[in-house]
Design a protein around this ligand. Structure first.
Ligand SMILES: [Zn+2]
Length: 96
């Protein structure tokens, strides 16, 4: 598989997995395995790099698990819909 194609597929699958990522420590996440329905892969953020324990990552290739965690980090913390939110959304006034 060409490196560009491998990367594109990792990003595609990462998007699919992003809402199934679970944070288990401050810098460690578990992402469901796609090849093994009962398995998970551990992704850790170490020195600014995401590291995964799957075969692709260990071989130095992009993997969907790291992509999924990166997307989760970009999306920010999960909002607790049930908790009262004193901060609320910023009240943006259109002044045009
Ligand atoms: Zn992986």
């Amino acid at each position: 598989m060409a490196p560009g194609e491998r990367r594109r597929r990792a990003l595609d699958r990462g998007l699919f997995l992003a809402d199934r990522v679970s944070r288990v420590a401050s810098a460690t996440w578990l992402v469901p395995s796609q090849s093994d329905p009962s398995g998970v892969h551990a992704v850790a953020l170490i020195d600014g790099y995401l590291l995964c324990d799957c075969f692709a990552a260990l071989a130095g290739h992009p993997c969907a698990h790291k992509a999924a965690v990166a997307l989760t980090l970009l999306a920010g913390p999960v909002q607790d819909a049930g908790a009262p939110d004193g901060r609320g959304e910023p009240d943006v006034q259109q002044s045009a």
